[in-house]
Design a binder for this molecule. Sequence first.
Ligand code: SAM
Length: 497
Amino acid sequence: MSSDLDFTGPLRDALVAADFTYDRVAEALGEEAHRALGRNETLPALRRTTSGGPLDTLVRLFLLQTTVPRAQADRALPGLVDRLCTAGLLQQSVGEVAARTDCRPYAATEAGRDHDLWVVSDLTPGLDGAPVAVGPDHVLGISSASTSLAQLTMREPVGSALDLGTGCGVQALHLAAHAERVVATDVNARALWMTRLNAALNEVEVETRDGSFFEPVAGERFDLVATNPPFVISPATGERLVYRDSGLPGDRVVEHIVRTGPDHLADGGWLQVLANWAVVDGRPWDERLGSWLREDCDALVVQRETLDPSAYVELWLKDSGHHGGPDYARRYDTWLSWLEQQGVRGVGFGWINVRRRGEGERAASHELLEWPYDVEQPIGPAIHDWGEAVDGLRDLADDELLARTLRARDDVQQETVGRPGAEDPEAIVLRQQRGFRRARTADTVEAAFVGACDGDLAVGQLLAALGALLERDAEDLREAYLPVVRDLVSEGFLVLG
Ligand SMILES: C[S@@+](CC[C@H](N)C(=O)[O-])C[C@H]1O[C@@H](n2cnc3c(N)ncnc32)[C@H](O)[C@@H]1O
């Protein structure tokens, strides 16, 4: 460990000794104050943390950004206050100590195992309605986007992983739990320093590299690339906040990552991107995004939400503290005019998951799904299952599929819709209770087929039996329903036995 970080071991000891974990802090604050802090309001939490003990002191210092008496800081961080001031985490004035960075506990779950982490980042701006003022090299703490990407990321053990645009290193810390080697890149030197600090504080190995996009890993391939890039869609002409602005216009940053990222994937490796994209006039979103996808990769793209241009601009002008400022209207107008000129009629938000196929393997599968509904979190395992399903199907010719057995997933339920008392339902819906919680309307053949899939009879036998029962031509039924069976497998309703 470099000597400028040799305070991290004693800092970790102090945080452990104070029981400064996510659960203990939540308990100390109580639900109401915890929720208030989630809204950036500190007063209820200040009222709950008056003991002067180490846990309350650390909460007041780092989470509530209030000054504490030097003696209390010394009790919470024995022998460390001066060192942390030198390192830039704390500052002191006569008899009092305040935080210059955030340092918060974070509960992570990997492979079903909970573990406590600590993450140092820049201070959360705008507490208690204070004006948001962040520098161009602000290092974002754990945001809702960070959590979304962490939940999206597959957690299978891998040899190597890349966290592109690491910020405070939160994704790298997650990756270190299941990757033998983790590389984290950023263009912000402060971010890389904080990532090294956080890796040391959490006793994991992360290699940091300075540089833009894939430049620092030229010629290298990874089993997993996870990225929450600076994806804000703007004209890229004004000042740049590096944590959210790529410096490229529009959604060029995401397009660049999707088009070139697979060059840095090992065969079978995944690239997982949290992103915004422009929804432009006259072109369906999935057609535009589909044109970025490569034929040597499978891809599952999920549009989770779309925002009006105006709602989008407001969101990001508030994020940078311009709401209510003297030039708010001018900025709003300029940004909106630019979006209008580009033909942007909405902004999509979602997940892009791309897997590099092996050399010479059959055609890739691309699914672009609009799915704004509630899903099971973490969603990473469902994306992994999608990859397994399309992989399994690709290698099966129709006659091989007819000879295979399938099982309906345990969580699939059938809902029928119709008038009370009616003999036949107007519609049948098959609905997953887990993963993506997909739903699809099924006809009676499809519903009966899924119901009969218990891993016993082969697909061909089941279709033949249904044909006989419904007095339908067996050949016609096979032709009509084999594509449906494929969809049922790739969508996760059925699993190859
Ligand atoms: C939205 S933050 C994500 C931080 C963190 N990975 C997370 O999940 O919370 C985007 C990060 O990308 C970095 N960044 C900006 N432009 C970049 C570029 N051209 N190449 C690599 N990283 C970049 C920023 O400095 C910032 O740390």
